[in-house]
Design a protein around this ligand. Sequence first.
Ligand SMILES: Cc1cc2nc3c(=O)[nH]c(=O)nc-3n(C[C@H](O)[C@H](O)[C@H](O)COP(=O)(O)OP(=O)(O)OC[C@H]3O[C@@H](n4cnc5c(N)ncnc54)[C@H](O)[C@@H]3O)c2cc1C
Length: 384
Amino acid sequence: MTDPVTRALVIGAGPAGLMAAEEMGRAGVAVTVADAMPSPARKFLMAGKSGLNLTRDEPIDDFLRAFTPLPPVFEAALRDFGPEAVKDWARGLGQEVFTGTSRRVFPVVMKASPLLRVWLARLASFGVTLERRWRWTGWEGGAALFDTPAGVRRVSAQATVLALGGASWPRLGSDGGWTALLPGLVAPFRPANMGLAVAWSAQMARHFGQPVKGVALSAGAARTRGECVISARGLEGGGIYAVARAVREGAQLTLDLFPDLGEAELAARLGRMAAGDSVANRLRRLGLDPARAALVQEFGRPLPADLAPLLKALPIRHAGPRPLSEAISSAGGLKWSALDGFMLRDRPGVFAAGEMLDWEAPTGGYLLSACLATGRAAGRQAVA
Ligand SMILES: Cc1cc2nc3c(=O)[nH]c(=O)nc-3n(C[C@H](O)[C@H](O)[C@H](O)COP(=O)(O)OP(=O)(O)OC[C@H]3O[C@@H](n4cnc5c(N)ncnc54)[C@H](O)[C@@H]3O)c2cc1C
């Protein structure tokens, strides 16, 4: 079988790889995109299942503060393709967008599939070709090697963009297997935006699946008003994800069950209740629903006589992060020190983009925005 020669190769057909292909294709470069899975952008499509949060409508300096670390080359890519640019790009693909609660930006249809369909058609119009079920397995001299249904293929390209993703939700394609192909260059993956494991007592089973609303979550310097869900495995959901990094780094997680009431006011309300009233009654009278009251009983024992401080900072006993395979995203990845711009220092002509790079950010549109921005920057650098 003849081995294909292409001017540009993109490995990984997620949002970062497709954006790199778009930049190169638009510049008139012949691009081949190869992905290990039978269809492209599976994680992107999954993201659309719960509402595709494309970006966050906020001033660029606030936006940039969400990313850790933020080396100058990453910052420049995010400034070049910030929230406004992401919105324009989505509109250019026929997707009207709106800003929802807490400044999150979604396509009006909420899903990813209509946007992806138009995007793939646009890439095809630039002459970009897509190879499915092509798993990159390493290099042979200057050529990239792939396991394909037709056997091993070698692809020589003037420029290659790696956009292989992180290591969460491996069944969607990004399994982190590529880290073995770039030895010494990768900071270990850790779960980010993940739930916390909790060894619940038996009486919590009846609350599995229930939301915990109207609380504030704190860990170290991180504090957020949010919501979480009690599940058989532990605690998960947006509120937990927002403080997950601080918890992963060792900070104690506490819940403020009355974020709109000061401790003194709470103590006064408790003080007005009958002395013989049970704790369960007092919690109900304060307005706590069964899920939040159950958390007090679960984590607050032995219950102190003065409940107010406990209700303002209920310490959550957990068994650490849920596994990486369940996390929304991953921290760690290809080290910035291995890169010159977005090009691998020890492999000129090979670039990298997306979640495979060593950065993390909370949910809220930051992840996709950064994948698009770095894909675009890597594609541009490749063209140059
Ligand atoms: C359930 C869920 C919901 C999410 N919701 C949102 C959201 O609303 N907003 C948001 O901003 N972010 C969201 N995210 C995160 C976002 O989807 C990811 O950050 C983003 O998809 C990463 O893009 P990427 O292109 O870097 O990698 P990926 O999308 O992971 O794509 C990498 C591609 O590389 C391919 N690949 C890997 N190894 C090889 C190999 N050896 N050879 C060939 N191909 C390979 C994979 O098959 C895959 O197609 C969500 C994630 C999950 C799991």
